[in-house]
Ligand binder design. Sequence first.
Ligand SMILES: Cc1cc2nc3c(=O)[nH]c(=O)nc-3n(C[C@H](O)[C@H](O)[C@H](O)COP(=O)(O)OP(=O)(O)OC[C@H]3O[C@@H](n4cnc5c(N)ncnc54)[C@H](O)[C@@H]3O)c2cc1C
Length: 302
Amino acid sequence: MRVGELTTFGVGGECRLVVRVTTPEELVAAVIKCEQDKIPYRLIAGGSNVVWQDAPFAGAVIKYAVAGELNKNLTITGSTIFCEAGVILADLINLAIKHNLAGLESLSGIPGTVGGAIVGNAGAYGQGISDKLIAIVMWDGKRVRVINKSAGQFKYRDSIFKHKDYLVLAATFKLERGEKKVLSKKAREIIKLREKKYPPQLKCPGSFFKNILAQDVSKAVLKKIDPTKITHGKIPAGYLLEVVGARGLKSGGVKVADYHGNLIINTGKGKYQEVKQLAQKLKGLVISKFGLRLEEEIRYLP
Ligand SMILES: Cc1cc2nc3c(=O)[nH]c(=O)nc-3n(C[C@H](O)[C@H](O)[C@H](O)COP(=O)(O)OP(=O)(O)OC[C@H]3O[C@@H](n4cnc5c(N)ncnc54)[C@H](O)[C@@H]3O)c2cc1C
């Protein structure tokens, strides 16, 4: 199967096999089996934050993403929700809203699974998945462990899971009381707003580069930046890219959106190398102009 078909970007060549799993137990069993049989493997969940290589992968892609089913992979007790990692993030958010629970609604419209969101500490509109997280059930390669939020080392679009070969199996969130009507209105508004940047059917992996934390930037560099563009303490990568003229730049089948500097789109037959070339070019332009190093938010796999 072509792995690109398992991703929202649509880039990526063939793999030896795809193993579809729907529970944490099946996920761990699939990983153990691959290790025993010495088959290389990679995990893809919603596939909404990855750029997969074109060269054939002589291994297994383990696909873990399931629509939520209350009482099976999502349970709710008071204001606490326990959720398996393969649950679609939107299902978790909808459940929270339905139960008058606030704290996740700003993440409305982010595709993918709860596990994928935890790995990349996904967020939007000032809210992050780790804000309301209290514990994570994970597989450390040898055993299942429950760790607290601080052990997850969450930072802006970062967590320990980006740096270690751990599996996120499930998570517990502690939410606040809210009002269903208000929360669902906010969620609907956010989804509507997001559709301008991400119209349905757009082939992309979300924002390509991370924004840059203003606190990490020298005063001399900050002087070159329009202060009105800094939001939630971050310099948007899209702003930097637009200043250097990134909009509309192309590399074969991939291009920067005409309306947003930090959005790389697959126009149909985009290739992995074309994506890498374009990303290199964009990074070079931003370094030359601002002396700032952009870092990919997406993950190149395998
Ligand atoms: C249209 C669009 C809009 C987006 N908007 C936003 C946004 O506003 N904010 C934002 O933060 N992101 C955004 N993204 C990026 C993406 O949706 C998020 O990063 C999402 O949380 C990724 O989840 P996923 O399940 O798709 O992960 P995948 O892309 O499948 O995987 C990402 C990485 O996590 C690993 N992984 C996945 N699940 C697990 C697990 N259970 N255990 C261990 N490792 C795992 C994978 O191996 C891979 O390395 C957007 C993407 C798109 C396409």
